[in-house]
Each structure stands twice: as C-alpha cells, then as structure tokens.
Ligand binder design. Structure first.
Ligand code: UD1
Length: 417
C-alpha cells in the first residue's frame, strides 16, 4: 500500500488549480440512469470514488464510450440491470444514489445497504421512507434494499434531518414520478442545486433548489445529460487551509468563492489574509493565528468536510478553540493522530477543545477517512521533521493528485510504494 512522506516546515507558494467537485459528479453520474442515450460529462475529477461509480454504472448495463482525462461519455440505453452489488456499494456510500433512479426508470431495484463507515452509522432510512411515500414497496433482505413499484407517484415528504444524498435521491426519483412532489427541509448544498439545474436542462421540472422546499413536477422521460462539473469547494477549502497552516502564499484558481464563504470567514476571523476575486482566492498565512470556534452545519454553514482540516490549523493557533461536529457522531478520528504530532486536543462527545501549541512534530500517521487524511497531510506540511502517512487510498478517493499539486507549491512530499 502507498504511503505519503512529507518533510514539513516549508511555506507553500504559487498557484493551484481546483478540480471538478467529487460530490457534484457522483449524483450526476447516478442521474444518467434516468435517461436513455449518450450522456456527456466534462470537468470530471479522476478520483477513486468516480471510478467506483463508473464501475457501478457499468455493472448496471451502462456503456462507457470514453473516459479520457476529464470527459466521460456514458450510454445508458441498455442500463436495465437493477442490482447494485455489495462489492461496489460497500466501498462507497454514495452508491446508494442509484436507488431512486433505478426505481423511477425500471420500477425495481436491488441495492446493497451501504452500512456504517469510519465517520458514523450513516443510515439511509430517510431515502427509504421517501421512496415508500412515493408508492414503492421497499424491504430489506440479505443486506440488500429491495424495491418495486408500478410507477412512482408524487408525494409530500419532510426530511427529519437535512440529508444531501437523501435530497438528491428523492429529487431524481420524483423527476420521473407521476404528479407533483414537495420535499421539505431539503438540503441546500451547491451540489443539490447543480443536480436540479442539470436535470431541468434534461427536461425535468424542478423548482426551489437552494431553498429548503423543493417542488418537482414529474415528467415522462428525460433527455441525456450534458454538463461541465463545477469546482470542488472542499478541495478549495483544503488548499486555503494549506496556505494558512504553512504561513504560505497561495493563489487558488478555478473556484467559486461564494461556495467557500464559511471557510473564508473563519480564516479571516483567525487573522489569515484572504483576498477574494471572481474565480480565485489568494490566501496568505502569517505568524499570528487567532484561535476561533467552529460548528459544522448543513450548507450554508461551516462544512463537516472541512472540520478535520480546520482543526489541524487550530492546533497551531494562539489560544483555545472549540470545534463542534453537528452532522456526524464519530468524525474525530484525526484527533488521536494529531495528538501524536504534539497537538493539545481533548474531546467531550461532539466537542473538541484545542489548545494551540507552538509547533507540531512529524510522526508516523494513519489515514482513517478521506477528510481526516487531508487534515494529517496539512498538519505534516506545517510540522517539524518527517511524517509518513499510511493508508493514503483514503486521500485518492476524493483529491485529484494531491501530492503533485502540493509539490508544485513547493512542499517536500512524495508517494512511496
Ligand atoms: C454529508 C454532508 C455533506 C458531506 C458528506 C460527506 C451535510 C448535511 N451533509 O452528506 O456535506 O459532503 O456527508 O462527508 O453536511 N441521515 C439519516 N438518515 C438518512 C440520511 C442521513 O439519519 O436517511 C443523517 C446522517 O446520519 C447524518 C445526517 O443525516 O447525520 C446528514 O447525512 P447526509 O447529508 O445524508 O450525508 P451525506 O449525503 O453523506
């Protein structure tokens, strides 16, 4: 298994270009199942999760005509197999996004239950309840969610908890249902808005995306999708923090500043110099870093996907900061590893109390999940001495060529077998 070796203590300087958003392309790939024909996606980030989703679509009968650098052409004319197998679903939770489209188009689905993951139990009960209220019969058998329906019907559904994947799944299903669906307490994430906009381009009738009430008037069919994926806000936020933590000066190009506003504001509160342009952000870290508190929330709140990276930054702040994780019950896996680097962090349930230290020291570290791994890379870039991070396949799930991008910014980082 690959490892990443980092010699820390060097300020990052230069320009980094952000890739397409992983969390935007996965629902769009699932949505291609609602169509019959050639779907063309551009600006696709070549990360492991995207490769897994493409494998899943192939196993459902889709044909991939081309998957050159950042462009994918996917023909769904023959995607008639309703079974998403355990081997693929178990490696990526977002696979459950095929449930809604399969039921809507084929009237049947057999999708392995994703199960827990490193950051918590992460159930899909709301997806199932929503599909049931659209008339589907859904049951669990041998670890698989089975669903059948003789045509989905519009419904009014309230999400007890804001769910990004749940909103996407039901919105896709409702696009081909008979009649009107109203989703209440829906997710407002940019990835959900993008999915709605792209479905509308293909003939869907969706309104209210970006608010907590989405209305979908079902249509009988959708044209194949043609789109370009927008830049990844979590990748952008990660490089913003990389600049800050190394006291560097980095221009982050190809990003949508509005999408990263909660991160920009927190960095500015911590006295980091952040200059926002139309599609780029320049971040300059200084010696003085104030301790600030953060609490994760659904969009437009502070993203759970940046919590670990921000905590790495706060380990080097002056003072004490409190970070609360409000979305997932077990998303502090990075804490034990950061402590091994000399960070002073104590945990109390969903709350982490971080007392800033003068410096971190390099160590042997273990990546545990995607964003926790990114936080370890950031801490290692700032630390004194060498860090060796193992299990880096987590990073490959969601970051395009992270070590190459960091190396171009002057980091001493290499991947070893
Ligand atoms: C979540 C994040 C998303 C992030 C992704 C990967 C939020 C609101 N969502 O999306 O920003 O990119 O993780 O880290 O910030 N839940 C249920 N039942 C369900 C579905 C969800 O109880 O059927 C709960 C989950 O356990 C969790 C919360 O709702 O506590 C949000 O889950 P959800 O938004 O669905 O997770 P993701 O779509 O993976």
């Amino acid at each position: 298994m690959d490892k990443i070796v980092i010699e820390g203590g060097r300020p990052l300087e230069g320009v980094v270009k952000i890739s397409g958003a992983k969390n935007a392309v996965l629902p769009i790939l699932a949505a291609t199942l609602l169509t019959r024909g050639r779907n063309i996606l551009e600006g696709v980030p070549k990360v492991r999760d995207v490769v897994t989703m493409i494998q899943l679509l192939k196993s459902l009968g889709a044909e991939v005509e081309s998957s050159s650098s950042e462009k994918i052409i996917l023909d769904t004319s023959c995607a008639e197999n309703p079974e998403a197998p355990y081997d693929l679903v178990s490696t990526m939770r977002a696979s459950c996004l095929v449930l809604g489209p399969l039921l809507a188009k084929l009237g049947r689905a057999r999708v392995s239950l994703p199960g827990g993951c490193a950051i918590g139990a992460r159930p899909i009960d709301l997806h199932i309840k929503g599909l049931e209220s659209m008339g589907a019969k859904v049951w669990l058998e041998q670890g698989y969610v089975h669903g059948v329906v003789d045509g989905l019907k519009g419904t009014q559904f309230y999400f007890d908890t804001v769910s990004v994947t749940g909103t996407a799944n039901l919105m896709m299903a409702a696009s081909l249902a008979a009649g009107k669906t109203i989703l209440e307490n829906a997710a407002k994430e940019p990835e959900v808005v993008f999915l709605a906009d792209i479905l509308n381009q293909s003939g869907a009738k969706i309104e209210g995306q970006g608010t907590d009430m989405i209305t979908i008037e079902g249509v009988s069919s959708l044209k194949p999708i043609e789109c370009r994926i927008f830049p990844d806000r979590i990748e952008a936020g990660t490089y913003m923090i990389a600049a800050a933590i190394t006291q560097g000066d980095v221009l982050i190009e190809n990003c949508i500043p509005h999408h990263v506003e909660p991160i920009t504001l927190k960095l500015q509160e911590a006295q980091v110099d952040v200059e926002v342009e139309k599609s780029s952000i320049r971040v300059r870290g200084g010696r003085f870093l104030s301790a600030v508190n953060a609490k994760t929330h659904p969009y437009p709140g502070f993203p759970t996907d940046i919590q670990a990276q921000f905590m790495a930054l706060m380990t080097l702040s002056r003072g004490q900061s409190i970070i609360m994780e409000k979305i997932f019950e077990n998303r502090f896996m990075h804490v034990a590893e950061l402590k091994r680097m000399g960070a002073d962090i104590s945990l109390d349930g969903h709350t982490a109390i971080i007392k800033g230290v003068q410096s971190l020291s390099g160590a042997r570290l273990m990546a545990t999940d995607l964003r926790a791994s990114a936080s370890l890379v950031l801490a290692a870039l700032a630390a004194k001495g060498q860090s060796i991070i193992s299990r880096v396949y987590h990073i490959d799930r969601g970051y395009v060529s992270m070590e190459k991008k960091l190396s171009a910014l002057g980091a001493r980082i290499k991947r070893v077998k």
